[in-house]
Write a protein that binds this ligand. Sequence first.
Ligand SMILES: CSCCC(=O)/C(O)=C/O
Ligand SMILES: [Fe+2]
Length: 179
Amino acid sequence: MRAYHHDGDNTADQRLPHEYTPFSPVTPEELGRLGVLYWRIEKRDDWLEQINAVAQERSYRNRDVIKVSKEAMGDVYESKLKTFYEEHLHEDEEIRYILDGSGYFDVRDEQDRWIRIALTTGDLLVLPAGIYHRFTLDSNNYIEAMRLFKDEPKWTPINRPADSNPFRLSYLQSVRTTV
Ligand SMILES: CSCCC(=O)/C(O)=C/O
Ligand SMILES: [Fe+2]
């Protein structure tokens, strides 16, 4: 995982790294203050046991696997990518363990700037309910991820603006009390 401030350029290809100049890294602790959690679980023999331990600890009872690529998604590929890259929130945590490939999750910080989180195989990321975010493939155009859920999957992204959504309000409250 590599997290840094995004350059804010929305005109160039979203799949490019978009590193702010000068490069401005963001630590896991800073992500933690936004409610974003991160674990590194190497894809060695015991990776599934480690995922199961996190899932048990955090009550993630359901899971599935998604492959994002032209080959895997066919006709819906472009429209799915567009949906993933619209700024949105969810009323539940978004939990992704990267099984293969790579991609970028962008999250908003306290000043509403984008932080780009570059994920590769072995990264486990949890975005809290109510955080504004988006996802894009990088120039490798391929990611395979395990999606974990507390209960039944709540797929529906709620696009910004969603400032009076109760999950947004409670997210903001939780971030303020951690600062
Ligand atoms: C790497 S999983 C694809 C992106 C996704 O599932 C999502 O919900 C983005 O916000
Ligand atoms: Fe999402």
